[in-house]
Design a protein around this ligand. Structure first.
Ligand code: ZN
Length: 440
């Protein structure tokens, strides 16, 4: 077998979208209710559930550890949080929704007037029934998030306010899985684990990443795969600070987020813009013949910013559906389990597998008979199977591979130039190599 990606391709061919979608959704539904943050028990619980799917290694990095230009923050523990109105009725209760308390709020136990309380209340007047998601990780404060309709109903008077929380030295927790391949060159997948009770951003990223890892664990691999389940920003910075040499081995990478909404698949390029992953992801989206988007890099977004900071400059793009911030449900209680779809989750997983198959199968060959066209008929290379259209495409693929393989363009570049699917080009290269006409 010439092609190390063949077992991966058969995985793609036997992909059962309905079954995968159901499994992904069920796992997202288990993770959804957990209160996650940059640190804390919710993150450990989340990683424990993901560990049922894949053998994650759990890392605990002490608070106060310097990491690049940052410091690992104290660990946040939240036990309860509520507001009682002048009549003693509980008008906001963290037990009803994780989003009710501003992430990383410091503890509070106080009685105050509505006017004193107001600056600590966050709502969304444009969506009066939704609860916003707010955090204050690096500036010590406290606050509550609530629906605007509830906020408008509050009457003047004395309010009892309680946030029973700790901000104490503890640990930042992250999960890591390495699937060794034939080569030490690595393909990184990274997803954040720090959002409480938000389905698209980010339960969808965690479940698709975990399933992708489980599927890749079962096939032969040329590249080594590394999966990171980390809190956003500080997690990737922590990993990069602790793994500077490993980072040098990363040849391709994808940050995964927002993979379950019904929007079109979107790829945001790496900082380099012309890396293999940029070409592979764009190829898969374009060849699907369905709506999609390819966006240029920008230094705002998820952890591709950290991997693509100039000192590292790793070829890591971002794969998502609707880009963060572009859908009204983003960072609100409306990003719930009704907002994500099994079919979208399965479609995201499928496209990631296809992208991996392209990256695994990509190679550069040299035509061993480069003076004039080699006689294909004499070598049995015109005896192709399939209908007329398919045979024509197979022939064109062989002619393109022979013509372009001078040690320069890779198969992926040839596929793009020929406007043919990568799998067709790879198949042609395998046949030509088997006939002795090509060498890697
Ligand atoms: Zn987010």
């Amino acid at each position: 077998m010439n092609d190390p990606s063949a077992s991966l391709r058969s995985l793609c061919d036997s992909f059962d979208a309905e079954r995968e979608g159901g499994g992904l959704f069920d796992l997202a539904a288990r993770l959804f209710p957990i209160c996650r943050s940059l640190t804390g028990e919710g993150n450990r619980q989340t990683l424990a559930i993901l560990s049922e799917q894949i053998p994650l290694r759990i890392h605990e990095v002490p608070s106060g550890t310097p990491v690049l230009d940052w410091t690992v923050p104290p660990e946040w523990t939240i036990r309860e949080a509520w507001i009682r109105d002048p009549q003693g009725r509980t008008v906001v209760d963290f037990r009803n929704h994780n989003l009710h308390v501003v992430g990383y709020s410091r503890p509070v136990r106080q009685t105050m007037t509505l006017d004193e309380l107001r600056p600590h209340l966050h709502s969304l007047p444009d969506h009066p029934d939704w609860i916003p998601y707010r955090t204050s990780y690096y500036h010590e404060t406290w606050g509550f998030c609530l629906s605007d309709s509830r906020k408008q109903s509050l009457v003047p008077g004395k309010y009892d306010v309680c946030i029973d929380a700790d901000l104490k030295p503890g640990h930042l927790t992250y999960g890591e899985l390495v699937l060794p391949g034939a080569k030490p060159d690595e393909f990184l997948f990274s997803t954040h684990i720090c959002h409480p009770s938000l389905a698209n951003d980010n339960a969808s990223g965690m479940v698709v990443a975990a399933r992708l890892a489980a599927l890749l664990a079962g096939v032969s691999r040329c590249l080594t795969y590394r999966f990171l389940f980390i809190p956003g920003t500080i997690g990737s910075i922590t990993w990069l600070a602790r793994n500077r040499e490993t980072a040098d081995r990363i040849r391709h990478g994808l940050v995964l987020s927002c993979l379950g909404d019904p929007g079109t698949p979107t790829y945001k390029q790496s900082r380099r813009g012309d890396a293999v992953i940029d070409r592979a992801a764009a190829h898969i989206l374009r060849r699907s013949g369905r709506p999609h988007a390819v966006l240029p890099f920008s230094p705002y977004g998820y952890d591709e910013r950290q991997y693509g900071s100039p000192g590292f400059n790793l070829p890591v793009g971002l794969f998502m559906r609707s880009p963060h911030g572009t859908f009204p449900e983003y960072h609100t209680s409306a990003d719930n389990l009704d907002f994500i779809r099994p079919e979208s989750l399965a479609d995201s997983l499928r496209r990631l597998l296809d992208t991996v198959a392209v990256v695994e199968g990509n190679a550069t060959f040299r035509n061993q008979c480069p003076y004039g066209e080699p006689q294909l008929g004499r070598r049995g290379l015109y005896d192709l199977l399939g209908g007329a259209n398919e045979r024509h495409e197979q022939q064109m693929a062989m002619l393109w591979v022979l013509n372009q393989s001078d040690g320069g363009p890779s198969l992926l570049e040839i596929a793009d130039r020929a406007d043919l699917p990568f799998s067709r080009i790879r198949e042609a290269a395998d046949r030509l190599a088997a006939a002795g006409l090509l060498e890697e």
